[in-house]
Design a protein around this ligand. Structure first.
Ligand SMILES: [Zn+2]
Length: 361
């Protein structure tokens, strides 16, 4: 069995003046109770300090699978700390409490990340201030407020092609409106290359620009129609072949029922026909596993019309619809790059020509 590596985090600001050594002792006990291996004992002052940044770095680099924090429940009462920790949990990192009272652990459900994320939100302190722009209503999966995250997203890492995740600024830096800074990242923990992609708000703005311009371009619809037609032409002969063989199967069955052929003749004929049907179906499956845009002029018009007033969840859905069957690669770069610099790292939408690998691969 794979044993996880958990770091121990102790802070000088812990309430009650509990010594660092004592905090680590409590954390070590929890790590043992979790049947995990101790990675590193990290000391800091508070969340956002260099010690904490080190713990976060170890998580992001894959050096540790999680961290045990002394009296996490106490720490989480602070809205900023709670938000920071919930964000970490959302990004897939396990944050345990030394006392096992409140753990921020999302069991990653491969088929339904949104529900898992909703669970994490429930851990956030009730009095935490809204951190995200738009309509981050309670109970709504917060991941929806980020335009470019997620395995279904057309926006991908330009280095390895993996989907993007979001991280908070470990030192607690904020935008001018006081919202905690976030950046997109290709996470190692979910199978990516671990590189930073770009600042959250900067990339969202750019992707929005590019998508709206792309949809407004009449030649785009033409290309999509062509692709849809080509797909149809590839499918038709196979569908015909399958239908044809099914008819012949029925024919042989009728002959057998009428006593015109023996059972062994029937079995022989059916075996051949079934093999041919299976081969055609597998070819069909191959063709259909390459994602295809199903968007039409009407859907494009709808997206363009609703976009400005759409909530973030709708925007995410629209983005996926707009670039269904396409990838938009963003080369990794600094989270402090400005809009021009990030834009230069965003590639043109590219059609996915390869079958999509099954989820979790
Ligand atoms: Zn990557």
């Amino acid at each position: 069995m794979h044993r996880r590596t958990l770091d121990s985090y102790a802070r000088s600001s812990a309430a009650g003046g509990v010594s660092i050594a004592h905090q680590h002792q409590a954390n070590f006990r929890r790590i043992e109770a979790l049947s995990a291996i101790l990675g590193k004992a990290v000391d800091g002052q508070s969340l956002g300090c260099p010690g904490w940044a080190q713990a976060v770095k170890r998580l992001e680099s894959g050096a540790s699978d999680g961290v045990v924090v002394y009296r996490l429940g106490q720490l989480i009462q602070d809205p900023d700390a709670g938000r920071l920790l919930a964000d970490l949990a959302r990004a897939g990192f396990a944050v345990y409490d030394s006392d096992a009272e409140i753990d921020l652990v999302i069991e990653r459900n491969r088929d339904d990340d949104d529900d898992a994320v909703k669970d994490a939100e429930d851990y956030a302190p009730a009095h935490s201030t809204p951190v995200r722009r738009g309509d981050a209503r309670r109970g709504r999966p917060p991941v929806n407020t980020y335009l470019c995250t997620g395995r279904e997203s057309p926006v991908r890492c330009g280095n390895c092609g993996h989907h993007l995740d979001i991280n908070t600024n470990a030192r607690g830096k904020t935008y001018s409106d006081g919202v905690l800074k976030h950046h997109y990242r290709c996470l190692k923990t979910t199978g990516g290359c671990g590189k930073t992609i770009a600042d959250w708000r900067v990339l969202d703005e750019i992707i929005e620009d590019i998508m709206l311009r792309w949809l407004s371009d009449p030649s785009v619809l033409e290309i999509l129609r062509e692709v849809q037609e080509t797909r149809n032409m590839e499918r038709q002969p196979l569908l015909k072949e399958i239908a044809d063989r099914e008819r012949r199967k029925a024919h042989w069955g009728a002959l057998f029922n009428d006593g015109e052929i023996t059972e062994s003749e029937l079995t022989h004929n059916l075996r051949e026909l079934n093999a041919a049907i299976k081969a055609a179906q597998s070819k069909l499956g191959e063709i259909e596993s390459v994602p295809l845009s199903t968007i039409d002029a009407e859907a494009i018009a709808q997206i363009l019309e609703e976009w400005q007033n759409a909530d973030s969840e709708t925007k995410r859905a629209d983005l996926h619809r707009a670039w269904e069957g396409f990838h938009v690669l963003v080369d990794p770069g600094s989270s402090t790059d400005d809009k021009d610099a990030v834009r230069r790292r965003v590639h043109r939408p590219r059609r996915i020509a390869e079958p999509v690998r099954p989820i979790g691969d």
